[in-house]
Design a protein around this ligand. Structure first.
Ligand SMILES: [Zn+2]
Length: 186
């Protein structure tokens, strides 16, 4: 079983990869030095009106998810930008924003193997899948089809998994042929 939490109008949903990684400047825990600090400063300066913060593990010890419950509703695009500002995964965030621009029903959501412990509300959807929903290999899942809409490469273009050497680009007007060059390793 998987449970789906769709971001409500008063919720920020963050995907915090490698929460425990050391920060570049001080070498402390990223989640504590970056996520917590940015959230604190936003609250201190009256930019975010926060009711509750929930932090929990996802599929690994390194990977966390956070839900920030606001005291009032916030427009969708603002919520998506806040998620990025607070350190949510960029790859996920760009898809969320593009899905929002394309009018996809639930552009921001979290999928979990089990309901969040001691959370203030129930999940929005439940599906029968027991393995991770992978965009490269979409499962036969009604909820997935209803809510996920387009995959990242439908939004941004197929990713070529070529092994490449760098192609040097000159400063100034860059010839398109250079951009398009694909030096594939044999
Ligand atoms: Zn499913």
């Amino acid at each position: 079983m998987s449970v789906w939490y769709l971001a409500h109008d008063d919720e920020l949903m963050l995907d915090l990869d490698e929460y425990m990684r050391p920060t570049k400047k001080k070498g402390g825990v990223w989640g504590e030095e970056f996520f917590r600090k940015r959230l604190r400063d936003s609250i201190l300066d009256g930019k975010l009106n926060v009711q509750d913060v929930y932090l929990f593990h996802s599929h690994s010890e390194q990977h966390y998810q956070a839900i920030i419950r606001l005291k009032e509703s916030m427009p969708l695009v603002e919520r998506l930008v806040w998620q990025l500002h607070l350190g949510s995964d960029l790859y996920r965030g760009r898809c969320d924003l593009m899905r929002a621009a394309r009018g996809v029903l639930a552009p921001s959501l979290l999928i979990r193997a089990e309901p969040i412990n001691a959370f203030y509300r129930e999940p929005d959807r439940v599906c029968k899948c027991t393995t991770k929903h992978r965009t490269e290999d979409p499962p036969d899942c009604e909820v997935w089809r209803e809510l996920r809409g387009m995959s990242p490469w439908e939004l941004f273009g197929k990713r070529n998994k070529w092994k490449e050497h760098g192609v040097k680009l000159s400063v100034g007007r860059v010839p398109l042929e250079r951009i398009m060059e694909a030096r594939v390793e044999e």
